[in-house]
Design a protein around this ligand. Structure first.
Ligand code: HGY
Ligand code: MN
Ligand code: MN
Ligand code: MN
Length: 424
């Protein structure tokens, strides 16, 4: 809390800060012991987060709070008329491994603070506000990215239920362990009718350096970049590291390493594309054995679908050429594909108005990170608000951070958007 150093101000930003600290107490085994934050889908830590969010929403004065069939925590604050359309908002509370405290969670806590303020003032809006803590966005325990928001848009993949995690536990078993119904009927019933909603807004940390370098606390998102993810394996031939001449090897790891360097320069050539091999393993490797197998991940993103497709085409073609030349073979499984999600103009304008009303210089920008908003984008208008991070906006890293002052600005911007919507 930076503002503590400059004279404590009891703001909702401080409260939102405290909520993050409380939720960050829960972490998966193997990480908690090292003071690392990892909360993956339906682990005990994840369920503790669910329960804390239910308690927190109830304390803020939501009229209805529940945990839905996939583990999303849903809070509803009614409008003046029960039949009025609803503003949908929220973000995810799962994290990447050894992640930061604010990725996702900020987008749950900021609207919670706004509802707390409305409830305390005895105010009702002419529309309802539905805040969702999405249970699974990062796709860490299961290859099921955007599971929570996908369930609301009718895009839950039934095959996910039988996926096994690293310990062989199926998602279905994990759901049963978490007292969730684990049936497709219950999950399909979560699909929201877009006609009942005004749209979806999401507040999120920028997870990048732009706002920090401009020294601007808030930014309005113009579009969320298109992305595609693969898990792959290259198979060559394990052999003796000491006796096998360099020109007689079928080294699986060297092939993937060559792909990584190609993807890096190919994405850089676009200027605003990105390519990442975030996972690269030699299963059961040994120091004195030429790698016979190498598993890897591929994450490709670009501002437009066409640019993402061109990057993808070149990288996959290069993978084939590398494998051909090295006498190794590869398999690839696409695990996620998301189209670019432009902000709905009316909703982007409302964020712009809110930011300007706070006297914050207006900066509009694309999102390199994927968000739940890109799932809701498939069924309703959406737009996002970014808040800057410290440490050059680093994210997916324990160094991820922001300030209670900037959190307070988010609450005030969100409240302004609500008032603006109520006045329309
Ligand atoms: O990977 C992403 O862009 C997001 O953090 N899931
Ligand atoms: Mn993330
Ligand atoms: Mn996120
Ligand atoms: Mn998200």
């Amino acid at each position: 809390r930076l503002n503590d150093k400059f004279g404590f101000k009891p703001t909702l930003g401080n409260e939102v800060w405290d909520w993050h600290e409380a939720l960050a107490q829960h972490s998966d085994p193997g990480y908690k012991e090292h003071g690392q934050l990892t909360v993956t889908y339906l682990t005990d830590a994840h369920r503790a987060c669910m329960n804390d969010l239910v308690t927190g929403m109830r304390a803020c004065g939501f009229d209805e709070v529940s945990i839905d069939a996939v583990g999303n925590v849903v809070g509803r604050f009614h409008g003046t008329t029960p039949a009025a359309p609803v503003l949908l908002t929220g973000s995810h509370f799962d994290t990447v491994r050894n992640g930061g405290k604010y990725d996702g969670r900020l987008g749950i806590f900021v609207p919670m603070a706004c509802v707390k303020q409305l409830h305390a003032a005895g105010r009702r809006l002419p529309f309802g506000v539905e805040v969702v803590g999405f249970a699974e966005e990062e796709g860490q325990r299961y290859k099921a990215t955007f599971l929570g928001s996908g369930a609301l848009t009718g895009h839950f993949n039934p095959a996910w239920l039988d996926q096994r995690d690293a310990d062989g536990v199926t998602m279905r078993a994990a759901m049963q362990h978490a007292d969730l119904p684990a049936t497709l009927e219950a999950i399909d019933a979560l699909k929201r009718d877009p006609a009942k909603y005004l749209g979806f807004v999401e507040v999120h940390i920028e997870q990048g350096p732009v706002l920090n370098e401009l020294d601007i606390p808030l930014g309005v998102v113009t579009s969320i970049n298109a992305s595609v993810r693969y898990l792959g394996e290259v198979v060559g031939m394990a052999c003796h590291a000491g006796t096998t001449p360099m020109d007689r090897r079928r080294d699986a790891a060297a092939a993937v390493a060559e792909l990584a360097l190609y993807a890096e320069q190919r994405a850089a050539a676009d200027g605003d594309s990105v390519a990442t091999i975030g996972m690269l393993q030699v299963p059961n490797g040994s120091i004195n054995v030429v790698p016979g197998r190498c598993t890897f991940s591929l994450d490709l993103r670009a501002p437009s679908d066409a640019q993402r497709d061109a990057l993808e085409r070149d990288v996959l073609a290069q993978l084939s050429a590398i494998c051909e030349r090295r006498g190794v073979r590869h398999t690839l499984e696409e695990t996620m594909r998301a189209a670019a999600a432009p902000s709905a103009p009316a909703w982007q304008a409302r964020w712009e108005q809110a930011v300007t009303a706070l006297g914050v210089p207006l900066h509009c920008m694309p999102s390199g990170a994927g968000h739940d908003a890109m799932k809701l984008h498939e069924v309703m208008p959406q737009a996002m608000l970014f808040v800057r991070g410290l440490n050059s906006g680093i994210s997916h890293n324990p160094l991820e951070s922001t300030t209670s002052d900037d959190m307070d600005l988010c609450v005030r911007a969100f409240s302004h958007l609500l008032d603006q919507l109520a006045s329309e």
